[in-house]
Design a protein around this ligand. Structure first.
Ligand code: NAP
Ligand code: 3JN
Length: 342
């Protein structure tokens, strides 16, 4: 740690599901925080949040919120990022943005530290680094060692995404629906267009003209940008399921050359950010209810796809609020302070 005794950090959207996890991760990883500025909307004025046993008041986000800040972690939605991230960068902060606002901007790096940490260097162009979508992050943490070893031509992925990906209101909606069901009361849906309890909704984010959802196309486009490979084929079906925390993904890949399931297991056993959980004989495989609070992405059910020459199937599970958002952002900030803004 330098910048004398630590860094001045702002968390934008501090009262949200991701913002709260940012505070948890900064604390758990002992990020060298000299000053912490918590920012949210006027609704949160008067609130205080705990960081390292200290109560810190929440301030209202304005364009003047960033004086003296070294690193600004944004998770208050894309429109807030578009409006305020350039102001934060102009004030001298390096922004790590969790929204989709800048992900596909060619001047802004899109980074998963286990996959393309070298791209962080491009932050100097605009002072902003984008965090990918949660579903993309966990998939690429699992696929990177395979990509490097034998290449990947095509990815077919189906996701099973937890309601926490939609934010605190959706967590409450699932809880309320479960209580209403148990009490025999009518079930109301306000966050999602249909009941989420006991249901699967093949609808995450809005629909596009090509019939896919934005969430599905984020997985396609972000994967290509992060791997720096426009030739890789990616097709996704993203589904919301009645799980509180932890996104699960069934991932099918066609590799450049043949690799056996045993070789994939060997590769992933030592891969950064991965925990291999693949003992079907003991009923051990990645589970959403086991991933909460974990920093690793859990990978299991590794099998050869017997329908093609060079195919592999995997089941990939990760805490969507941690590795899918807050942890990935803090890991980017760690590389930043270690290598670029000591
Ligand atoms: P959330 O629980 O609904 O929290 C939203 C946060 O944004 C709250 O702190 C809220 O403050 C703040 N906010 C909203 N409007 C604001 C405004 N006008 N000015 C200042 N602050 C404002 O949502 P979340 O789940 O934490 O997600 C927040 C964002 O993070 C998402 O919109 C998305 O862009 C990003 N995200 C990314 C991923 C990923 O895949 N990497 C995953 C989830 C979320 P108040 O409490 O004061 O309203
Ligand atoms: O739905 C999920 O599981 C992940 C949600 C991500 C999200 C939610 C609201 C707005 C995003 C995102 O990160 O892509 C955004 C957005 O910034 O577009």
């Amino acid at each position: 740690m330098t910048r004398s005794e630590g860094y001045k950090v702002a968390v934008v959207g501090a009262t949200g599901a991701v913002g709260g996890a940012m505070l948890e991760v900064l604390e758990r990883r002992n990020f060298p925080v000299k000053e912490l500025r918590l920012l949210a909307s006027e609704r949160s004025l008067g609130k205080k949040l705990l960081f390292k046993d200290q109560e810190i008041p929440v301030q209202v986000l304005t364009k003047d919120s960033f004086a003296g800040i070294d690193v600004a972690l944004f998770s208050a939605g894309a429109s807030r990022s578009l409006e305020f991230a350039p102001a934060a960068a102009a004030a001298g902060a390096v922004v790590v943005d969790n929204s989709s606002a800048f992900r596909m901007d060619p001047e802004i790096p899109l980074v998963v530290p286990e996959v393309n940490p070298q791209d962080i260097a491009l932050y100097t162009k605009r002072g902003i680094i984008a965090n990918p979508n949660c579903s993309t992050i966990q998939m690429l943490v699992a696929l990177k060692p395979i990509y490097d070893k034998v290449g990947i031509k095509r990815i077919v992925v189906s996701t099973y995404q937890a309601v926490s990906g939609t934010g605190t209101k959706a967590i409450e909606e699932l809880k309320k629906q479960a209580k209403a069901y148990a009490a025999g009361d009518p079930i109301k849906s306000e966050v999602y267009p249909h009941q989420i309890l006991f249901n699967c909704l093949p609808h995450i984010d809005s629909f596009l003209e090509n019939g896919y959802t934005k969430e599905e196309m984020k997985m396609v486009n972000e994967t290509r940008k992060i791997f720096g490979d426009t030739s890789i084929g990616v097709t996704a079906t993203t589904v919301r399921v009645p799980v509180f925390y932890g996104h699960s993904e069934a991932v099918n890949i066609e590799t450049g050359v043949k690799i056996s399931a045993a070789e994939v297991k060997e590769l992933l056993a030592d891969a950064p950010g991965v925990k291999l959980v693949d003992r079907p004989d003991l009923c051990e495989y990645p589970l959403a209810i086991r991933c909460q609070g974990k920093f690793e992405t859990l990978v299991g059910r590794i099998r050869e796809d017997e329908s093609i020459a060079n195919g592999i199937n995997l089941w990939v599970v990760s805490d969507n609020i941690l590795k899918g958002a807050a942890l990935n952002a803090v890991q980017i900030a760690e590389v930043l302070i270690e290598k670029y803004i000591p």
